[in-house]
Design a protein around this ligand. Structure first.
Ligand SMILES: N[C@@H](CCC(=O)N[C@@H](CS)C(=O)NCC(=O)O)C(=O)O
Length: 250
């Protein structure tokens, strides 16, 4: 296991089962939400976990340190460069503050009480800060990259240690992308993909998981779909190499 992956696994472990299991929102938005974030920001992680837990696909606009691509949009919309910032195109509203954003998502799109785990907000923030530590050495500052004409799509869930490595690259290159949520709804989905395939347990009722199974014959994350080049691929290392080759600047 590489040091990078080890750090990412540690980060996942520090958040327990957060950002993995899903109970889909009962009233999902008509238009996709937009999250301006920094990959290793502890506050942003909490919001992304809640989005996985509600099965809400989201457009991510990465705003790494030193980034100049999307940070000005946040300042223009909300008045300051603070992340996370959620823009909801369904009512043209924008909001800062991770815990407020999470409360908004549950209230507006799930129409249910905030789950108990979110009540001690500062404890969640503290644990998310610990989870950021193993990734402090990861490349986090903006590097020159090109924005694809059509948004890339990352099939994943927040706490996948492999998906995190891909998101770190997308963030550093300031490439916007759509997260296609593939959270788990059944205990058998915790088994490794190869075991599930052998036992014919792949799939599940969530549309994005079904999409992968139908279009690729497998269900694993991360999976990157690039509509610009008609490509789709598994394996975090291959995805990162692909991003560098096609969207990084030499
Ligand atoms: N209380 C806020 C804290 C947000 C915060 O401090 N975010 C940091 C990133 S971790 C930030 O926006 N820093 C400014 C910058 O990166 O330029 C929340 O929960 O959302």
């Amino acid at each position: 296991m590489s040091a990078d992956l080890f750090g990412s696994v540690l980060s996942t472990g520090l958040r327990g089962s957060s950002g993995i299991n899903t109970r889909p929102a009962s009233h999902p938005p008509a238009q996709r939400l937009r999250l301006y974030d920094i990959e290793n920001c502890p506050y942003c992680r909490l919001v992304r976990e809640a989005l996985t837990e509600l099965n809400l696909d989201v457009e991510i606009y990465p705003c790494p340190k030193g980034g100049e691509r999307f940070r000005p949009e946040v300042v223009a919309m909300g008045g300051k460069a603070q992340f996370p910032f959620l823009f909801d195109p369904n009512d043209d509203s924008g909001r800062y503050e991770s815990l407020d954003i999470i409360a908004y998502l549950y209230d507006r799109y799930a129409k249910r009480r905030l789950p108990l785990k979110w009540w001690p907000g500062p404890a969640q923030t503290f644990s998310s800060s610990l989870a950021s530590l193993p990734r402090l050495a990861a490349p986090a500052r903006a590097r020159p990259g090109r924005v694809p004409p059509q948004m890339l799509e990352l099939y994943s869930f927040e706490s996948s240690p492999f998906a995190r490595l891909v998101r770190e690259e997308l963030c550093a290159l300031e490439i916007p992308y759509i997260v296609r949520q593939c959270g788990r709804t059944r205990a058998t989905q915790w088994l490794p993909p190869a075991v599930r395939e052998r036992l014919d347990l792949s799939g599940g009722e969530l549309p994005n998981r079904r999409y992968l199974l139908e279009h690729t014959g497998r269900m694993a994350v991360p999976y990157l779909r690039d509509p610009n080049r008609g490509e789709g691929m598994y394996e975090s290392a291959d995805i990162i190499a692909y991003l560098r080759e096609h969207y990084g600047e030499p």
